[in-house]
Design a protein around this ligand. Sequence first.
Ligand code: PLP
Length: 413
Amino acid sequence: MNAPLVVATSIDWAAVRADFPLLTRLVHGKPLVYLDSANTGQKPASVIETVDDFYRRHNANVSRAVHALGSEATESYEAARGKLARHLNVRSDDLVLCSGTTFAINLVAYSWALPRLQPGDAILLTRMEHHANIVPWQLIAERTGAKIKVAEITPDGTLDLDALYAAMTSDVKVFGVAHVSNVLGTINPVREICREARRRGIVTVVDGSQALPHMAVDIPSIGCDFYAFTGHKMCGPTGTGALWARKEHLAVMPPFLGGGEMIKEVRFDGTVFNDPPHRFEAGTPNIAGHIGLGAAVDYLDALGMANVAAREAELLAHLLEEMRQIDGLRIIGTAKDKAAVVSFLVEGAHAHDLATLLDLEGVAVRSGHHCAHPLMQFFGVAATCRASLAFYNTHAEIEAFVAALLKVRRLLG
Ligand code: PLP
């Protein structure tokens, strides 16, 4: 993990876990061992109650009604934007709330890149990107005549920085990079990479989906142009997230979607658009969801992201140690800087069979390509199993998972 120096001893992690109601349930008659937080995180009661309270007591549309409920909804919605902004050390006005990373990257692609790119330009992406940071760029490349270039990785799942900098040639106009890989767990040195890209005049788009759940992120210190993320992996509701962008980009970007909320005045002979961030938030947003995301940020801030990182580093070390007992185990992604995400295969067993049998033991892991086909192609596999941890997991769960894996391994021969 991102080198937490002090292991948090002052936090009662059992009490923290008790904040997550779902973690007490049984699956197939066994206690649930939830190791799929990279897919979506579980929610603390405070988030669930905040969403519930919104619908029970405050439900109204934002920015439209002057009545009391409308004002309350708008205030809470904008307060959530403020909480996120403080969490990331950015200005609220530079934070576009949206349905998550997929929307956020499409917004950059269609609103920033589409009008700018032309034949002869290149879009640079890394081998370890999620499809959400590949496919929108392919669509833009098709429409503009720009081409896609790929920055390769080394066999341990680290970005090859020499190759990356060599690939930052003068035709590259935009570079997309995951802060943390959802498959490998690799934590990319985004600060250094973005500095190098900016020195060459390349605009940087960082996909922070897998970073925000695990570590403190200070966007200005990264020095990127755009930072996209999703709320549901960081204890928030699904359908939430944001795009942070440098003010100078937002100021010149045309709207991506048209509709209500994103205008100042509409006439049939022309429309005056609203200022950012509202210019990019057409229609009724996910009000309750974002207010819930604000509660998730409160929750994480109270825990302290340094404590979260320290806890997860301790759990990851234990997981990797325990997994050494498995014969024929192949871990995909062994970078030195690694978040608590472990992709693996067991010789002779298909990833889906492993995940299905583990599920019968109450253990939830993901199997598949993890929306990262190019990465699977690099490693020459169709699918992997992935165990991903969060601070609410326990050492006992890690042992239960490995015991279940040993049992499943025996069953599969
Ligand atoms: N980028 C990464 C690295 C991810 O892990 C994910 C989700 O798994 C996404 C993007 C897409 O996020 P969403 O589906 O919330 O838009």
